[in-house]
Design a protein around this ligand. Sequence first.
Ligand SMILES: Cc1ncc(COP(=O)(O)O)c(C=O)c1O
Length: 436
Amino acid sequence: MSQDHGAPEREAPLAAGGAGSIPPVVGGSDAPGLVLGDGPGPVTDAAGEAAPSWAERLGRALMPAFGTPQRTFVSGSGCYLVDDQGRHHLDLLAGIAVVAVGHANPQVARAVAEQAQTLGHVSNFFATVPEVELAERLVALLPAPGRVFFANSGAEANEAALKLTRLTGRTKLVAALGSFHGRTLGALSVTGNAKYRAPFEPLPGEVEFVPYGDVPALERAVDQRTAAVVLEPIQGENGVVVPPPDYLPQARRLTAERGALLWLDEIQSGLGRCGAWFAHTASGVVPDLITLAKALANGFPIGACLALGQTAEAFTPGAHGTTFGGNPLACRAGLATLDQIGPLLPHVVTIGDWLRARLVAAPGVTAVRGRGLFIGVQLDQPVAARFQSAALEAGFILNAPRPDVIRLVPPLIITQADLEPLLAQWAEIWRRATEV
Ligand SMILES: Cc1ncc(COP(=O)(O)O)c(C=O)c1O
């Protein structure tokens, strides 16, 4: 795999000296002229007074569901983002494992623009070419015959899967502690995190939670009343937790024996993040349901519920629906994204191995978990939030899913040259995160 994705071309004028150099123009010679701007800079009103920042305006206009934004971004290119003060950042979060083929990706931008000028929406009373093509492309990735239902987000893909589990005639679900499956009431009902669940209880359905990676616990929980077991092949929001190698095969064996479905939520782990189309591929397991979203259209909202075998036949006309699901714009973005993810898979394996090996030796790091570019860095102190802030000041975007874990889920196009500045500055960021 060539190492020239988003290759730096000039030094970045970074506030705290951080993210290294930035490519000024997206995508090389065939890019549609997208230029990485330096942002509008500070704004003043007619009287010369400092106008409220975008973050302040957001704070007044939007519901306070997300806390105060730490930056307002105005443009991006490949692995880099520019904020409204003109500061450049290396993006190691990629919109939470979404922007797989890079910000302002030229092929995706071109596909969406062309589709917007051709056909934007028709409803599910009718077919469109991109919808059919994307469904066929996804089905071709499956290890057994299957079908797709398109949704608009991860939670909605999971809602479709939840409804399919009901059509087994059983209602009990088994899910994992520490799991994350989304914020709609249905998706929350199988999310094993009290912090998200508690304010909204009672949640629908009968769900039994088991410790993740624990085969005997699964053995006890799955019975003849179980409709499905839902698992992330690698838990993302829980800090990139990889289960033992026999976990998914044993979950498959148990569900098959007891007549339950095996539903794998690959919303974060799938579509190249782990160096294969699906994180579960390495296990050899053939599930009944796979849910996808995030990277599927590189940031254009989309979700997909893939069902295999008999489960693919369970929805009858009218059983489920959505206005926007399968929208031709989203599906064209999806096709342009998948075109690029396939050739990147060997690169994701190589660069992921290299990065994890380098991180193991970094200050404050006790372990590095994950696969491909799905990376959880275990710290020896619960200072992940402070590390995240110090990294941001230095021009690196990453996040802290747990108090002692840093998550790195960069665009799959990232190179060693992009990553060297982070590794070079890790010790200084760690020093700032741990100073009293
Ligand atoms: C494994 C998993 N499932 C489901 C979701 C929910 O996806 P969305 O936020 O698109 O609804 C997420 C989001 O982080 C996720 O990581």
